[in-house]
Ligand binder design. Structure first.
Ligand code: ADP
Ligand code: MG
Length: 493
């Protein structure tokens, strides 16, 4: 039976507990401790230097830009930020690590005790973070039969490791945590978070316990789960595996397991008993990392409004949870939306009352057109002020929603102002009954059968007449006014 089928029943008695360790590549131009570039996709081993290669006599200097990016994440997660944090050496032997140790932070990490604002579906939840620390990436090994290759382009690239408290309780929550972190790092501009390029990588610690039990169960650590879908599959799979072991009286072994997405299964990699002794000690080549007042001030000054508070505000404006979630999916989209809302008063609209209309136009009509053209919101040829103008024209009763679509198409194609298009083409809708009544009177004379049908209870006939009037007015009749007039006219006096 598949995991999906058995899990709900197992979860009646068992509670999963998950803690994530997520590595995010910081988007600095140069490496963490040396000046080589961090560019992706260059020829193997073209981005190295004596420090990355572990040459004797080389000395590391921490990248100030990377520190600033990490501090931004710390501030955005309300973490305690150490004014003076320490680098440590973590020793292990592997071909992709020429120095023989990785520079990381152990006892005195940059950030502690933060929280990440996670959007679980359309519900906000604060998930506690144990720490966010700085480290450098290792190189990349690839194995081809009996030959192995090492590419050190990635070695020394600056990373942050975000470690959560063990308080996620399902694979879905873990995946939502990852999505929220992904959204935040992109929002802050500290990383593209491109998982296909390895810019965001997740290890998941998973245990289960009987419901009502306070103590944590023995956990395993799943390595190498590098897509939102894999996170979910891998964790669900592990939860079921552990519950089955415990229900048959066996033990969960404290081990590291490797997720194999192709096999849709995990395999033991190493047990805790064989675990490396990393012999951590403070790196004698590196002074403490100092986060001074001016750097904090710079970070605070450039910190944008975060997605969580914006989500909340959109909900207050009457936007649905799903739409609000889409609107904060990307900062450029949310900024566009905010700019359109800010422009509403200048077209005679109340910002809050018409936010929902702006949201609908943005998410359906504009995104539809951009998708069709393979453009991102940042490349939109249709500015936010024009979107506000369209909504203003509709809400102010100048044009109907249907005409507005045509105006949009033209404005999108030509860059002309919506109001100018309406004026030039005479698209102003007809709301004056005196103009509509003669047309209606003529139709009543010409269509006795249809009137009869309507009067005998065939409500659909109303649509027939609406269509006729629309045709006669090139679609310019105000639908609301027209409906009222028709209803009155069709009922016998
Ligand atoms: P390590 O030193 O092995 O990395 P940590 O104590 O730093 O272990 O924890 C690493 C991660 O494991 C954290 O995200 C933490 O929340 C999670 N974790 C710890 N214990 C458990 C457990 N029993 N079940 C699930 N996750 C756990
Ligand atoms: Mg760890």
């Amino acid at each position: 039976m598949s995991t999906d089928a058995v899990l709900p029943q197992l979860l009646e008695e068992w509670e999963p507990v998950i803690g994530l360790e997520i590595h995010v590549q910081l988007g600095s131009v140069s490496k963490a401790f040396s000046s080589s570039a961090t560019t992706f996709g260059e020829p193997p081993n073209s981005l190295t230097d004596p420090l990355v290669l572990g040459m004797p006599g080389t000395l590391p200097v921490y990248n100030q830009r990377a520190a600033e990016l990490a501090v931004a994440l710390g501030v955005a997660t309300s973490s305690k930020i150490r004014a003076r944090s320490r680098f440590a050496r973590k020793h292990y032997f592997y071909p992709d690590l020429p120095k023989g140790y990785q520079i990381t932070q152990s006892d005195e990490p940059l950030c502690e005790e933060g929280t990440l604002d996670v959007l679980m579906g359309t519900q906000r939840m604060a998930i506690r973070l144990q720490r966010i620390h700085l480290e450098e990436d290792a190189g990349k090994s690839s194995h081809h039969g009996t030959v192995s290759h090492v590419d050190l382009n990635r070695a020394g690239v600056p990373l942050v490791e975000v470690v959560t408290a063990p308080e996620l309780h399902s694979a879905e929550e873990a995946a939502e945590f990852m999505r929220s972190l992904h959204r935040l790092v992109r929002w802050l501009g500290i990383s593209d978070g491109d998982m296909e390029k390895g810019q965001m990588r997740c290890d998941a610690n998973v245990s289960v316990r009987r419901r009502g039990e306070d103590r944590l169960g023995t956990r395993t650590e799943l390595k190498n789960i590098n897509s939102f879908r894999f996170v979910q599959n891998a964790i669900d799979n592990e939860i079921v595996r552990q519950i089955r072991l415990l229900e048959t009286g066996e033990r969960v072994l404290r081990e590291t397991r490797l997720w194999d997405a192709t096999a849709n299964a995990s395999f033991p990699m190493r047990s805790k008993e064989e675990a490396n002794d990393y012999r951590y000690f403070p790196d004698p080549d590196l002074p403490p990392l100092l986060i001074d007042g001016p750097m904090m001030a710079r970070v605070m000054q450039t910190l944008p409004t975060l997605p969580g508070p914006r989500f909340e505000r959109y909900r207050e404006w009457g936007i649905t949870g799903d739409d609000a979630r889409t609107l904060i999916g990307e900062r450029a989209l949310s900024d566009y939306f905010e700019a359109a809302i800010a422009a509403l008063p200048s077209v005679g609209c109340n910002a809050v009352a018409h936010a929902k209309a702006v949201g609908n136009w943005l998410l359906t009509t504009l995104l539809g057109a951009l998708n069709r053209d393979g453009k991102s919101i940042a490349e939109s040829p249709f500015p936010a002020t024009a979107l506000a103008a369209i909504v203003g024209l509709i809400e102010g009763g100048t044009i109907s929603g249907k005409i507005a679509k045509d105006v949009f198409d033209e404005a999108y194609q030509t860059g002309a102002e919506p109001a100018a298009i309406v004026a030039a083409k005479g698209l102003v809708q007809i709301s004056n009954p005196a103009e509509l009544l003669p047309i209606i009177s003529r139709l009543l004379v010409e269509n006795p059968k249809q009137i009869e049908a309507y009067r005998n209870g065939n409500e659909k006939m109303l649509g027939y007449f609406v269509g006729k009037v629309m045709k006669a007015t090139d679609g310019k009749a105000n639908p609301q006014v027209l409906n009222d007039l028709l209803r009155k006219a069709l009922v016998p006096a």
